[in-house]
Write a protein that binds this ligand. Structure first.
Ligand SMILES: Cc1cc2nc3c(=O)[nH]c(=O)nc-3n(C[C@H](O)[C@H](O)[C@H](O)COP(=O)(O)OP(=O)(O)OC[C@H]3O[C@@H](n4cnc5c(N)ncnc54)[C@H](O)[C@@H]3O)c2cc1C
Length: 475
């Protein structure tokens, strides 16, 4: 059935929606997962998809879902393919559904503070349109210029201003999605409801496995009246964590609180860092009187905790350059494999996780870097964002070392009671570790939901949900 599907789809949807040319197929083979780039470099990259379908309307999505279901051909949904966990990987027998042209703004409502977008809308474009009306989404993933609003929902993304503004699950108001039977579901219609389980949470973090997200309405904010900054040197990690805990548990909510260990302080804040000390930067935002009060309270607490003051240009420099990062290939070409891994835990566990992960990474042969910073803070705990870099003498070992580093981070985190994924999602990278977070019963419940909503595994096989015992893992 699959051989004729591209032609059938093109007849139904048009040649400007269905693509078969090699250039487009090649460009859509995978997302931004390091391993996909390494595999390309080593000549075993992902194959081309059967075809690329680029819908411009929800009706196009429905037609594609129905045609694929009838033909028994699976769909790999893709936003802007900035995902870093292998959530988008092409397969010669699967349709790649590229949602990037489903990108209209459906409406911006300045009274109720709601912005409605097609799912493929580029994040920065949505933000700029909202900003033109004096508003903001307030969701600033580092990838805002290369990710879609639908992708944010599908991966449970976090933005750099999350400590005050929340993560995507706190910002999303309505999610519209096409299910595997071709029906459309709209979840969320009011600021809050007690009408049974919140079905938005079925789609948040579903990574393309339960439905095709076609529309997202986000709760907006007025742009802040004032912004100010604080920055400190931190003698050791524990002191910085205790300072952050005390600040947020006292009721202050600087949207940005980022604490870097000594290695990262030297690397990213050389002009401001002290040897062997970490650095902590904060952005305060909101009504001017609250911002002033928060800066005063922050400074007083910092003095009590023994933190040293740093020029706030450390913060404004970070703000100016925060989304500039080198491409993985810049490292891979030098035979260095790098990645970042984000986890989270309660305040009483996070220090032990840091120590265990860094110690374990430092046992990896030819490791060049093992470091971390925290960047998303909650009353109950915070995240850690580990970075590692390895340059094996034998370049053929890069893949093995990469997976070993990940295994060490995940296992040390789980052993000490943390969550193995704070905001990048699961994809293929962490799929087989999912039970560490959800437990065996939780994974089985997720499989049951998948079977109920998508009995023929039409949507994104092989992603997020580990294969049941006795079943071969999908590619
Ligand atoms: C440089 C860089 C910085 C990053 N910084 C951050 C950050 O600060 N915070 C953060 O949270 N993430 C970050 N990421 C990761 C990534 O940008 C996010 O996961 C983002 O939400 C993915 O959006 P996307 O549109 O690119 O989705 P894709 O990569 O295309 O897809 C991601 C997953 O969602 C599914 N999916 C996408 N769209 C849909 C849809 N409409 N319907 C159903 N399923 C869908 C895909 O099948 C896939 O499983 C970063 C990535 C890069 C490369």
């Amino acid at each position: 059935m699959s051989a004729s599907l591209p032609t059938d789809l093109a007849r139904q949807l048009g040649d400007d929606v269905v693509y078969n040319d090699a250039e487009v197929l090649d460009a859509h083979r995978h997302d931004y997962w390091v391993l996909a780039h390494l595999d390309d470099l080593e000549g075993r990259g992902a194959p081309r998809p059967l075809c690329v379908v680029r819908p411009r309307t929800v009706d196009h999505v429905v037609a594609c879902v129905n045609a694929c279901r009838n033909a028994g051909v699976a769909i790999v949904p893709a936003g802007l393919r900035s995902g870093v966990c292998g959530g988008v990987e092409a397969h010669p027998e699967r349709v790649l559904l590229d949602l990037s042209s489903l990108d209209r703004t459906r409406g911006i409502d300045s009274h109720n503070l709601l912005g409605a977008f097609d799912a493929g809308k580029r994040g920065i474009d949505a933000e700029r349109e909202v900003e033109a009306r004096g508003l903001t989404i307030g969701h600033w993933p580092q990838s805002i210029a290369v990710s879609s609003v639908g992708g944010w929902v599908a991966t449970r993304a976090s933005g750099q201003f999350s400590t005050a503004n929340g993560n995507i699950e706190d910002i999303v108001h309505t999610i519209e999605a096409v299910l595997a039977d071709g029906s459309t579901i709209t979840a969320g219609k009011a600021p809050r409801a007690a009408a049974g389980p919140d079905l938005r949470h079925l789609l948040l973090g579903s990574e393309g496995t339960l439905g095709i997200i076609t529309g997202v309405t986000l709760a907006l904010r007025r742009k802040a009246e004032a912004q100010d900054y604080s920055a400190y040197t931190v003698p050791n990690l524990t002191t910085g964590f205790e300072f952050q805990r005390e600040l947020v548990q006292s009721g202050w909510t600087p949207p940005v609180m980022r604490q870097y260990d000594a290695v990262e302080a030297q690397r990213s804040f050389a002009a401001h860092a002290k040897p062997d000390a970490g650095i902590l930067i904060l952005v305060h935002e909101g009504p001017a009187t609250r911002v002033a009060a928060e800066v005063t309270a922050t400074d007083a607490l910092a003095r009590r905790c023994g933190l040293g003051g740093v020029d706030t240009r450390a913060v404004t420099d970070w703000l100016d350059h925060r989304n500039t990062v080198p491409h993985w290939r810049a490292f891979l070409d030098k035979r260095i494999v790098v990645d970042t891994a984000e986890i989270s835990a309660s305040w009483d566990r996070i220090g032990a996780i840091y120590d265990a992960v860094i110690a374990s990474l430092n046992e990896v042969p030819e490791i060049l870097n093992a470091s971390a910073h925290s960047s998303h803070v909650y009353r109950t705990g915070l995240n850690l964002y580990f970075s590692f870099a390895v340059r094996p003498r034998d370049a053929a070992e890069m893949r093995v070392r990469y997976l070993d580093c990940w295994r060490r981070i995940v296992m040390a985190t789980a052993d000490h009671g943390g969550s193995i994924a704070h905001h990048h999602g699961i994809g293929r990278l962490r799929r087989d570790y999912l039970e560490l977070d959800l437990g065996a019963t939780g994974v089985e419940a997720l499989r049951a939901v998948k079977r109920a909503l998508d009995p023929n595994d039409l949507f994104n096989p092989g992603v997020l949900i580990p294969a049941a015992a006795g079943h071969p893992a999908d590619a």
